[in-house]
Design a protein around this ligand. Structure first.
Ligand SMILES: Cc1ncc(COP(=O)(O)O)c(C=O)c1O
Length: 301
């Protein structure tokens, strides 16, 4: 089964990509990092994934804020200002010369030695990639996707806060592999207390008793930029919406469910662990996906 939102396959992505490193654009073939880079050796770093529309990045300010928070939490200092990162993003978008697309901003702790001591990494590696993102088809989006609960837990209270968008995505990758094996489209991750956290690369919302609910970030949900935008849009539209801890029972008995992320956009869910939602797409999804498209048009024009 195809993925919900995946960066394009290696060959295609390389051909049609833009990379920005050390202040200038380089080809994908020229863009290289050391085998001693701790991002590669240890997943020591963080990243942002964002979209651009009409050649303008959507909510880059929020992505840069979240990146700065991840960097502070990891104690990685980069010598680049937001203005410099923004000009890297702009250079990639201009190089792609497409109306819309997807970008990654990646920061690693940089080159060190084989030991894991971060002190031995002298300067962070920073790069930006623009590359195609293969999206779920309109037909599958209209039909809604299927979720299975993963055996992999989103760990909270371990000292490694899930709000840090680190380069280590093994929990998500293994969860997605389980979903693949089960023939489902996406994996649902619970936290170590058994509460709903999020999906492998998307936040989750349910509509129940006429209220829109989403797990709080303390339950292991990433502080998603799309999630934040939807909470704002719900408030503007008079839709009752709040953060609330959710269990599998809440999901199984919900009227509707959808997942959201910068890559995926908004996607309705029709089945969770074999239980059908009452409506897919549901009324909240319909209202908010229209409002989200309009928001993008307003902010990226
Ligand atoms: C684990 C996880 N949760 C949620 C999201 C959605 O966040 P955003 O809306 O900021 O893209 C992502 C996006 O990368 C993610 O990786």
């Amino acid at each position: 089964m195809g993925s919900i939102a995946n960066a394009g396959n290696a060959t295609g992505a390389n051909l049609a990509s833009a990379c920005w490193m050390n202040g200038s654009l380089v080809s994908a073939a020229e863009a290289s990092i050391s085998v001693f880079d701790h991002g590669l050796l240890y997943g020591d770093g963080c990243f942002e994934g964002l979209r651009y529309h009409h050649q303008r990045p959507f909510r880059l300010d929020r992505h840069l804020q979240r990146l700065r928070r991840s960097l502070r939490a990891l104690d990685i200092a980069i010598p680049l200002s937001d203005r410099e990162l923004t000009s890297g993003v702009t250079a990639c978008i201009q190089h792609m010369n497409k109306d819309a697309g997807y970008l990654r901003i990646v920061v690693t702790r940089g080159q060190g030695d084989l030991g894991l001591n971060p002190r031995n990494c002298l300067s962070p590696t920073v790069f930006i990639i623009a590359a195609p993102l293969t999206l779920i088809s309109d037909e599958r989006r209209a039909r809604g996707v299927t979720l299975v609960t993963s055996s992999i837990r989103r760990a909270v209270d371990t000292g490694l806060d899930p709000r840090i968008k680190t380069l280590n995505y093994l929990h998500s990758i293994l969860a997605r592999a389980e979903a693949n094996a089960a023939g489902a489209d996406e994996a649902l991750l619970l936290n170590n207390a058994g509460l709903v956290a999020e999906c492998s690369a998307e936040n989750i919302f349910i509509g129940t008793y006429g209220i829109l609910l989403t797990p709080p970030v303390v339950d292991g949900a990433l502080a998603g930029i799309t999630r934040e935008a939807l909470i704002e849009l719900a408030a503007a539209d008079g839709i009752p919406c709040r953060e609330q801890s959710l269990t599998q029972y809440d999901l199984y008995t919900a009227d509707e469910c959808f997942i959201c992320g910068s890559g995926a956009g908004l996607i309705p869910v029709r089945l969770i662990d074999g239980r059908a939602m009452t409506a897919s797409p549901g009324p909240f999804y319909r209202t908010l996906s229209r409002a989200y498209d309009a928001l993008i048009d307003r902010e990226c024009r």
